[in-house]
Design a protein around this ligand. Structure first.
Ligand SMILES: C[S@@+](CC[C@H](N)C(=O)[O-])C[C@H]1O[C@@H](n2cnc3c(N)ncnc32)[C@H](O)[C@@H]1O
Length: 245
């Protein structure tokens, strides 16, 4: 009976957080969850795709094709427009992107291959299942989070990427002085992010009071979700936080 229930749970991948929470308490579910993450799919043979084989950080030599160069991490990279544009301008930078939707991952590969950059790696793993466990500590210079799913309903807030445990997990992956750039179109989520990072002792805003602006940074790139929001009359919030360990 328990086995049947576990099977159903594992198949409902969209209920990732509930599973994640359960998995931390139940080794059998933890094992099924890990099987989901590591199961090889045909498109995993693309050379840029990295699928973890054990629940430890990827070796830096596997993640970073240019180990001494600047290292970017994008969380929820969508259709890959940001990665494509960034790597066109910085083809020698390392760029690690987390994304779970297959069509978006494959589109990203197409865009980035056109740019000629060779240091993109994509991790097709649900961030809420495995994140800092599979990335090396103190490794990244820049983290980009553009338009994370806002989960507006209160009962869904627990699914949000940016909530209180996130800055600590993220901080463990950052080099001193590394930056986090965040964009969101959803005011209540922006206010929540501001509150979380303002209170955090190791993140300092790089944007003058009130710690956000309503125009994209000059060094940043437009994405599909940004254009959709702007076309709907919204003015997104842009933040930039620097990590001081
Ligand atoms: C609203 S879209 C924004 C995409 C992109 N950053 C942009 O601005 O165009 C959020 C993206 O995050 C991805 N995503 C959401 N939750 C995720 C998770 N738990 N793990 C990995 N990717 C996730 C979604 O598949 C989606 O592509």
């Amino acid at each position: 009976m328990l086995r049947l229930q576990i099977g159903r749970e594992v198949n409902q991948c969209n209920h990732f957080l509930r599973m994640s929470l359960m998995s931390r308490r139940n080794p059998e579910i933890e094992q099924r969850l890990w099987q989901q993450v590591t199961r090889r799919r045909p498109w995993h043979t693309e050379p840029e795709i990295l699928v973890p084989t054990e629940c430890t950080p990827f070796k830096e030599s596997i993640l970073f094709a240019e180990p001494t160069n600047f290292r970017v991490l994008e969380l929820g990279s969508g259709w890959g427009e940001y990665a494509g544009a960034y790597l066109k301008d910085h083809p020698d930078h390392n760029y690690i992107a987390f994304e779970i939707k297959v069509d978006r991952i494959l589109n990203t590969l197409r865009l980035v291959r056109r740019s000629g950059a060779h240091a993109l790696r994509m991790i097709p793993v649900n961030l809420n299942w495995y994140f800092e466990q599979i990335l090396p500590p103190a490794a990244f210079d820049l983290v980009i989070v553009n338009f994370p799913d806002p989960w507006p309903k209160r009962r869904h807030w627990k699914h949000r990427l940016i909530q209180s445990p996130f800055p600590d997990a993220l901080g463990s992956l950052l080099r001193p002085g590394a930056c986090l750039q965040v964009a969101t179109d959803y005011g209540p989520y922006a206010r929540r992010m501001l509150s979380i990072f303002r209170q955090h002792p190791r993140f300092k805003s790089l944007v003058q009071d009130p710690d956000y602006r309503r125009e994209r940074f000059a060094s940043a790139y437009s994405t599909k979700f940004e254009r959709i929001q702007r076309a709907a009359g919204k003015r997104p919030y842009y933040m930039s936080w620097q990590y001081h360990p």
